[in-house]
Every structure is written in C-alpha cells, then in structure tokens.
Design a protein around this ligand. Sequence first.
Ligand SMILES: Nc1ncnc2c1ncn2[C@@H]1O[C@H](COP(=O)(O)OP(=O)(O)OP(=O)(O)O)[C@@H](O)[C@H]1O
Ligand SMILES: [Mg+2]
Length: 355
Amino acid sequence: MKPRVLAVDDDERNLSLLSAKLEREGYEVTSARNGIEALAKVRQNPPDLILMDVMMPQMDGYEALRQLKSREETRYIPVIMLTGRTEIEDKVLGFEVGAEDYINKPYSLQEVAARVKSLLRMRALQTRLRDTEKMAALGGMVDGIAHEIRNPLTAIGGMARRLFEGETDPQHKEYAQWIIKSVERLERMLQRIDEYKRILSSTLAPGDINKVIGGAVKEIEELIEVKGKDIKVLKLLMPDPPVVKLDYGNFKSALYNILQNSVEAIDNKGEIRVETLPSPDSVLVIRITDTGGGISPDEIRKIFNPFQSSKFEGAGLGLTITYRIVIDHGGDIEVESKKGEGTTVTIKLHPVPAR
Ligand SMILES: Nc1ncnc2c1ncn2[C@@H]1O[C@H](COP(=O)(O)OP(=O)(O)OP(=O)(O)O)[C@@H](O)[C@H]1O
Ligand SMILES: [Mg+2]
C-alpha cells in the first residue's frame, strides 16, 4: 500500500507541483486549501504524513497543527510545516505546537521529498519498536501466568491421582480421571509455551541433516514405546545430503513435532516414513509420511494457526512452532493429506552454496 500524504496550501501552483512530485515518488497524495479543509480531510481518511503551509486564509497552519496535536486520534501523524516566513520565532512556535519538521520557502521539491521519506521511515521504525515492546510485555505476562499456574496445577494433578487410586466408586473414579486428563492437557500447553519461547531465535550453522533426523527419530521411537503403539519408523535418507544451515536443537524440535502428530494420528498400528530427497533446483527435500487418520481440507487450511487442535490433549501449537522454525531456517513447509489415508509433510531447505 502506498503511503498517504496530505498536502495543505492555498497556492494552487505550489500545491500541484508538490502533489505531482510526491506522486512521482510513489505516494498517494490528497490536498487541502486551508486548515479547516485539512482537518476535515484528516477526519475522513487519516494520512501517514501532512505537509502544511503556514499562511492560509480561514484557518492558518499553526491553528490546524494545534488542533491536530491536541487530539489523541491525530496526534501521532507527523507534520512538516512549510513557510515563507523565516523568523526564528516561527520555527520555535512550530516546534512548540508539535510540528515534526520545518521547511523554509522557497524550497526545492527534491528536499521536501527527501524529508518526507526520512520522516516516514523514522515513524515506521518507531511503530515497529512500539509493537516489539508491546509483544515483549505480552510475552512477559504470558510467562508470568504460565509460571503461576504450574505449581497449583501440579498439586491438583497429584491430588487427583491419589483420589483415583484410593477410590472404589466407579463414578468417582471417572471424575478423578477427568481431572487428571484435564491437568495433563494444561501441562502440555505450558510445555508448548516454554518451547515456543525457546525456539524464538535460531542460530544457524552448516550441519548434517541426517544427524538431526536421526536424533528426532530416536526420540520419537521412545514416545512410541511409551504409548505402546505398533508403529514402524522407516528412514530413507540420502547418503551424502547437501549441507544446509541448521540450528540443531530447534530443527530437531520441528521434526519431532511433525513426527509426534504422526504417532498421534495412527490409532494403533502403522508406519511413518522419513525421507530426504534431492530436487532439480538443488533444494533439499525432507518428507515425512504417515499412515494415520489424515486431515480434512478444512482443517489443513488452519493447520499452522496457533491453538488449532482436534485432540483433547492438544495445545494446537506443535505445528505453529514447527512453522516458525522452518521459516527461520529460510525454508518452506507444506502439508498434504487425505482423510482416512494418511498425511505427508514436506520441508524444503536451501543448501549452503558450494565454494
Ligand atoms: N500427521 C497428522 N495426521 C493427522 N492430523 C494431523 C497431523 N498433523 C497435524 N494434524 C492435525 O493438525 C492439528 C494441529 O497440529 P499441532 O501439532 O499444531 O497441534 P496438536 O498436535 O493438536 O497439539 P500440540 O501443540 O500439543 O502439538 C492437530 O490437532 C491435528 O488435527
Ligand atoms: Mg502436535
């Protein structure tokens, strides 16, 4: 989307030269002929930046500026004042009322365009910084809540287990079982929140993909054992795969989360295949195929979204985490599936160029 600039000047010629220049520079320009019109235009459609002449009939630039800066909705729109009066007091007045910049007439269009560009860039950086700070504050709060929940949850789970063991009434046993399952679900959510925090930064170094796959498969075989399922994991790996840049721990988590979904999708007996394949454009392809229950097209569309889960115990964050890790590795990930037949997850990674 083009940045929107509102140019305000009572001089038609100035206005059209300014508009034409800014349009050539890639901005969407609207114009106003005095302060009153400018305020109305801002209310209708707030611009990203305002260029404001000072001497105008009806309402001058300073009054319009004062009104803009006194309202919360318009206070953060940067304003550059354009004036023919060069007295120092005017500049001071402009800055006091809150103009972000000041350009003397006669000005060069080139200079105006350059200042517009730099002010918009600064504003974009400030917005990004504010968003990052907001996210960090939110992240801190989520962390705090997760921390506070952990201990009471452990207590609830422990007590429910004791009740379950000591209980003889089948109905009460079932109630205790429900509490235990619900606690396990919340504990999985807390683990995922921890994991999400851990993987937020990937440190990449040239690495051997077969080693990472080997690590993830070993861990998943332990899970299969714990779950008591009859699942065969087949590794079909290229002997000399191209070297890719990896964060070993994070990429192993990404693969583990995919494999964990496969294990959970297979009712009791089945097969998971992990392959590495070369491709014509020399991209490294990692393919994980299972013979599980599959996914409907409707679910596939939302599969990487946070908290999308079809499982009672699922946090719906496994693939959100995987997606983030793959993107941080400069790769792509794709899921194909047929309900009742199985699922294939394909990751593509770009190899380190040969010297
Ligand atoms: N191999 C698969 N076979 C069938 N369904 C799958 C498969 N992989 C993912 N899904 C579907 O996608 C959903 C989202 O997966 P994701 O791993 O993000 O969350 P989850 O497994 O539900 O919870 P968790 O955060 O604990 O991993 C799952 O709930 C499941 O419905
Ligand atoms: Mg999962």
